[in-house]
Design a protein around this ligand. Sequence first.
Ligand SMILES: [Zn+2]
Length: 82
Amino acid sequence: MCKGKTSNPIFMKVKKFMIVGCPSCENLQLTASKNAMKCKYCRKITSINKLKVFYSSNSHKDALKTLYQMKEGSYRDLNRQL
Ligand SMILES: [Zn+2]
């Protein structure tokens, strides 16, 4: 691993594929980007370090499976504590 480049701590704990929630429309989606995420629902572009990462995995299959599970109901529990 190349040291010195990863100065942002968020990239040290999250893995390649992240489930993030769009701050604008609150839709969950999967991203592998390290810079910015373009929401596929409302097309808003948000930088990754401003997004809330709900889950991350190095396996795309794993992340996708979790995304579906979250959309089926558990996400509501996480997100409706306001
Ligand atoms: Zn959105």
